[in-house]
Write a protein that binds this ligand. Sequence first.
Ligand code: IPE
Ligand code: IPE
Ligand code: MG
Length: 247
Amino acid sequence: MESLKDKLKRDKIPQHIAIIMDGNGRWAAQHGNARIIGHQQGIMAVKSTVEGAGEIGLKYLTLFAFSTENWKRPKYEVDALMKLLVQAIDNETADLMKYNVKLGAIGDLEKLPLSVRTKLKECIGTLSSNTGLNLILAISYSSKWEITEAAKNLATDVKEGKIDREEITDRLFAKYLPSSHLPDPELMIRTSGEFRLSNFLLWQLAYSELYFTDKLWPDFRKDDLFEAVYDFQNRERRFGKISEQLF
Ligand code: IPE
Ligand code: IPE
Ligand code: MG
């Protein structure tokens, strides 16, 4: 039987997929467990998704792991999440190496506990020569934070006379975003049946295809990724034009 993966057009795989991994807490509640168990199970979903991304030759996968707003959660949950991040990075580095994955991170990383920053830096270093999938963790990330950073840095360059006010275009502005090294995601997936962006990549998602699924993140697997890509491949992206202009 033809699998979902076989049905994908290999020349139309997006370059960059961004995922809001949501629903860990509800998954745990449904299984009668504490929220942190849901976060732990979420790692299985990350593993399967990363594997699937590699199988279809995806170049960039950005995972929203912790938002600026998530700092407002109860301290015990934040602490547990930080501990889990360190553990997960520790446990998964060898497999990421095996899959030729390169790791990156976006967000206000200064706010992270030293243990997380150190572990992250170490893993990024270990995987830095890999040439396969670029896996980017958005941690302590919010789009408004990122856009504000860009505005601040641009203001400095204008003040110092490096940039003339009239030279500012959207393309130039984008170069000042802390994530400017990443192409815009063609596809954004959010799990758990919520229909919002929660301050994720607002600038970069301006023309992305959005895909929402009711699956809770801990239940998400590579086949769900393939299904989202299949859906994406059957959409018409017009970028303001009309259909007839696209061919
Ligand atoms: C997503 O799952 C993980 C993080 C935000 C860290 P949630 O923890 O938001 O789970 P729900 O939305 O409460 O079910
Ligand atoms: C968004 O999920 C952030 C991450 C997945 C890391 P939330 O669960 O924090 O989003 P809201 O609060 O429901 O919008
Ligand atoms: Mg949530």
